[in-house]
Design a protein around this ligand. Structure first.
Ligand code: NAD
Length: 480
């Protein structure tokens, strides 16, 4: 059985406690590896190593830092098949998805920020005849990066790459639910020649390892992606120490479909935006609002397509959905389907587990589920489920759909379907979301600001926003 190790001060190491947790393969419901059960002491060692590495790394020319990060990107590429298999096994997602989305994007994250840092410039402000100001952007020191299980290596590298490119050292914690590819990344970093202590990866439970990162006085910035309740806890701990915080949290995203949309395109993309990665993408649209004139036509066509999606084991090349990530998550999703029924919802398709045979008998498979007949204000329509469950709601006017779309505590993303340009702009400007897609979904330009409003987060990542987050601006004013 594989025993995952921490990566501290350039070396793979056992946790100080000597204890390990079980890592379960969701497709089979079986333990298949061990994860370090690290604690405060491992974070102490990792932070000490990062502090020792910082003076040299922060002064290493950007071009040299860039070369090392490019080397990591190349090694991810060379090992992409092995990484995709590991990601799919650890998370339960179809291997096809890990191959086409997760691993290429992890490579792109390193590639993007390795080149981005070479173009990162700061401002100068001239006061005519008086003085000139220039803003220096210096690395912060040690940054903490904490990531979730849904897009494991994709989101882990989305934080680490800009932090390192900007000259920081990093103490990082992947989700204990999906630790494998972060472990494989530590081996890649050693092979790429990343100097010791520049990146440290500590595995273990959130309340122990994540909490120790939030509490550590020498970790000056935290980039976190995960649930809103966890983000709140991190903010409560870190804010009194005036740490810089970037929080990418939960969502309950509206998908607004007007009668004048390109019907076929809206239908096809909505199937994907509802159920890609088993609905476990923070950007999935879980509340589908359909203009009344096409409500029945859209509903019937959508339910027909969804009921034909194949739920299967991750290696099946025809699998459209794999297993959800864990037993507790599987049970949580089922409890929300029960709640929807109690709240008066009518399950049009799905609503139950899928029983695969043989090796996969104990895996966590769910049928993609579509529910109608619920009030927009009920719990099913207000709380994040984060699984293959969507609701359908008809609407009669722009005002009505905006009121329903904006009625939740979240504000991460929204999708709008219409061929009317003016309407698209109007609704995009009024919908409360940090990211809006019109007539598409999950089209990502890594230069754009990424993040949510309301309880979906604080701050933006992506492009130069990330490099700004991971640097401290200092104004220097010189008299002319
Ligand atoms: P989670 O909040 O349970 O865990 C995220 C990470 O935080 C894990 O590494 C976990 O170990 C750690 N953690 C847990 N308790 C902690 C604590 N007290 N202090 C510090 N760290 C702690 O989230 P999850 O279940 O892994 O992921 C699902 C959530 O992530 C969903 O809410 C989803 O919407 C959100 N998400 C958001 C985005 C985004 O970009 N906004 C992207 C992906 C996922």
């Amino acid at each position: 059985m594989i025993e995952i190790q921490n990566y501290i001060d350039g070396e793979l190491a056992a946790p100080v406690s000597g204890n390990y947790l079980e890592n379960i393969e969701p497709a089979k419901g079986e333990v298949y590896s061990k994860i370090p059960d690290s604690d405060k002491r491992d974070i102490e060692n990792a932070t000490a190593a990062a502090l020792r590495a910082f003076p040299v790394w922060s002064k290493t020319p950007a071009k040299e830092r860039s070369n090392i990060l490019m080397r990591i990107a190349e090694l991810i590429d060379q090992n992409s098949e092995m990484l995709a298999a590991a990601e799919s096994r650890d998370n339960g997602k179809p291997i096809k998805l890990a191959r086409s989305v997760d691993i290429p994007r992890a490579r792109d994250n390193f590639h993007f920020f390795a080149t981005g840092i070479l173009h990162f410039a700061s401002e100068a402000h001239e006061m005519e005849g008086v003085a000139i100001n220039y803003t220096r952007r210096q690395p912060i020191g040690v940054a903490g990066c904490i990531s979730p299980w849904n897009l494991p290596l994709y989101l882990f590298t989305w934080k680490i790459a800009p932090a390192l490119a900007a000259g920081n050292c990093v103490v990082a914690k992947p989700s204990e639910v999906t630790p494998m590819t972060a472990y494989l990344l530590s081996k890649i970093c050693i092979e790429a020649g990343l100097p010791a202590g520049v990146l440290n990866i500590v595995h273990g439970l959130g309340p122990k390892v994540g909490q120790a990162i939030s509490e550590h006085p020498h970790i000056k910035a935290i980039s976190f992606t995960g649930g809103t309740a966890t983000g709140k806890r991190i903010a409560q701990t870190a804010a009194p120490m005036f740490k810089k915080l970037s929080l990418e949290l939960g969502g309950k995203n509206p998908n607004i479909i007007f009668a004048d949309c390109d019907f076929e395109e809206a239908l096809k993309t909505t199937v994907r935006s509802s159920f890609a990665n088993q609905g476990q993408i923070c950007l999935c649209g879980s509340r589908i609002f359909i203009e009344r004139a096409i409500y029945e036509k859209f509903r019937d066509a959508f339910v027909d397509r969804v009921s034909r999606l194949k739920v299967s084991y991750p290696e099946d090349p025809d699998a459209k959905l794999g297993a959800v990530v864990s037993k507790s998550h599987f049970e949580k999703i089922l409890s929300y389907i029960d709640l929807a029924r109690e709240e008066g919802g009518h399950v049009l398709t799905g609503g139950e587990p899928v029983q695969l045979g043989g090796d996969y008998e104990h895996g966590y498979y769910l049928r993609p589920t579509v529910i109608e007949g619920l009030a927009h204000s009920c719990r099913t329509n207000q709380e994040e489920i984060f699984g293959p469950v969507v609701t359908l709601t008809p609407f009669d006017s722009e005002e009505e759909v905006l009121a329903m779309a904006n009625s939740v505590e979240y504000g991460l993303s929204a999708t709008i379907w219409t061929e009317n340009l003016r309407k698209a702009h109007r609704v995009a400007h009024k919908v409360e979301a940090g990211i809006v897609w019109v007539n598409c979904w999950l089209v990502r330009d890594l230069r754009t600001p990424f993040g949510g409003m309301k309880n979906s987060g604080v701050g933006r990542e992506g492009g130069f926003e990330a490099l700004r987050f991971f640097t401290e601006p200092k104004n220097v004013c010189i008299k002319l």
